[in-house]
Ligand binder design. Sequence first.
Ligand SMILES: Cc1cc2nc3c(=O)[nH]c(=O)nc-3n(C[C@H](O)[C@H](O)[C@H](O)COP(=O)(O)OP(=O)(O)OC[C@H]3O[C@@H](n4cnc5c(N)ncnc54)[C@H](O)[C@@H]3O)c2cc1C
Length: 454
Amino acid sequence: MTQTSNPSDSTAPAHWLVVGGGMMGLSVAQQLAKRHQKVTICEAAPQFGGLTSAWNLNDVVWDRFYHVTLLSDTRLRELLTEIGLEKEIRWVETKTGFYAGGKLYSMSNTMEFLRFPPLNLIEKLRLGGTIWLASKIKNWQRLEKIPVADWLQKWSGKGTFQKIWLPLLRAKLGETYKQASAAFIWAHISRMYKARRSGMKVEMFGYVPGGYARILDELGKSLQDQGVEMQADSPVQDVHRQPDGKISVTFKDGRQESYDNVLFTIPSPLIAKVCPQLDPHQKKQHENIQYMGVVCTSLLLKKPISPYYVTNITDDVPMTAVIEMSTIVDPEKELGGHSLVYLPKYLPQDSPGLQEPDDVIEERFLSTLEGMYDHFSRDQVAAVRTSRAKYVMALPTLNYSKNLPPVVTSVPGLYALNAAHIVKGNLNVNETIELGDEKLNEEVWPDFLARSTK
Ligand SMILES: Cc1cc2nc3c(=O)[nH]c(=O)nc-3n(C[C@H](O)[C@H](O)[C@H](O)COP(=O)(O)OP(=O)(O)OC[C@H]3O[C@@H](n4cnc5c(N)ncnc54)[C@H](O)[C@@H]3O)c2cc1C
């Protein structure tokens, strides 16, 4: 059980506003409700879920962005157990593809890796050695001091770096890879290593039937049963601490409410915007966090495109990867008999690419797919939709963890707890809610108790 403090150590229940109704906000609201607090959670969008929210592709309802759960996602699985969905997870063995030099290769096991033509034997050994080494490293703080490109070149050598790592870094981070530390690649490798079952070394990914729409629905019901008030369509515009210690919150529609505590889970630049009372140093720390955004096109197809869940791409193409969700999610039961393919492109938060019209992005992606797969043509597309998000992942720059703003802010009763605080993992739901537990237990709750007993 992740909640370490005893509810009996609470004082009289305070009224908390949790700002941001993504998985972090929802899970923190649940933890506060378990501590017998009065909790309101507000979300700017018309529906809860943030990056995990769902939408329609014709009649199919599935996540706007692709999501899978790993066997090692123990905290997420615990939450799913609480809302009665864990036992329904379907676990599926996955395959990985690699598109390099205009050809598609399977890269799902050691034999396929050893046969992979773009790399010679020495390059393969160095690539395998780098991945093994990263999976063994415990002292990630040391890696924060080293640029990711330097670290990868050192261990993998120039050939492997140029042919594999550099195109993958560019695909995921664009030119901002130059600012990223080696902790970035370490976090990715650690998660993927954990995903492989020991012994068989195969990847097992899982999903809940109904996708995140179902998870969010059940989680919402459970929160309401615990007395949490859920307000969608409620963007917070301004937060001010009053002389009496209460926190006054103004919403975009002009409504004003007063709370004892406000806990933000929204991206850092937005926290800086709505909290003018934060001390200038903390405000700057929030503003200085650089985010990667994403544009992500969903395609519902009449036929599958490949057997691979992820196809990594080292050629210069406009998307980061091809994600074929229907290699995991049952097409007949969940997708109206269709295949579901996601085409993501990660871009810096201020990139003009995030503003491009949907039809421009879709045309570019579809013509690229036609070039990559001989059997694919756009008459196989039953539905196409493009989603975008400006603030997805904080860029792990050099010495990232040293420059993070504190969770307990300079304004008493205001807490800033968002996914930018993930320092030893990559962005995923398990990591996000684990972080929420940890920071609530170790920083928010002790500070709240100390203030309440004064
Ligand atoms: C393309 C993609 C693929 C992914 N794949 C996976 C995967 O396979 N597995 C996995 O586990 N994770 C995956 N993730 C990551 C996962 O989606 C995130 O870790 C998680 O959703 C983050 O939740 P959050 O609550 O921290 O942030 P968010 O979901 O961003 O929530 C923040 C919320 O705050 C709201 N908000 C912002 N401003 C205000 C305001 N002023 N007032 C009120 N509300 C506000 C926003 O509308 C939003 O709903 C993926 C993400 C993306 C984008």
